[in-house]
Design a binder for this molecule. Structure first.
Ligand code: SF4
Length: 63
């Protein structure tokens, strides 16, 4: 799994960081997403897909 995060559309809602804190964090400056692990281990895949679904701005995608 490979994650991409588009910080230009991220609105800093923080759902991703709340859902999978091992993979997502938020910038201290503007709250936009910080990708801690763009290729997370398989056991985090379900949680990452949930975070992608929950993101209100569509900033996250997985392949
Ligand atoms: S959930 Fe979406 S909008 Fe919110 S911080 Fe994460 S990427 Fe940005």
């Amino acid at each position: 799994m490979k994650i991409e995060a588009d910080t230009t559309v991220c609105i800093g809602a923080g759902m991703c960081a709340l859902t999978v804190p091992k993979v997502f964090d938020q910038s201290e400056e503007d709250g936009t997403v910080v990708l801690l692990d763009p290729s997370p281990p398989a056991e985090l895949e379900d949680a990452v897909r949930r975070a992608v679904t929950l993101c209100p701005s569509g900033a996250l995608s997985v392949s």
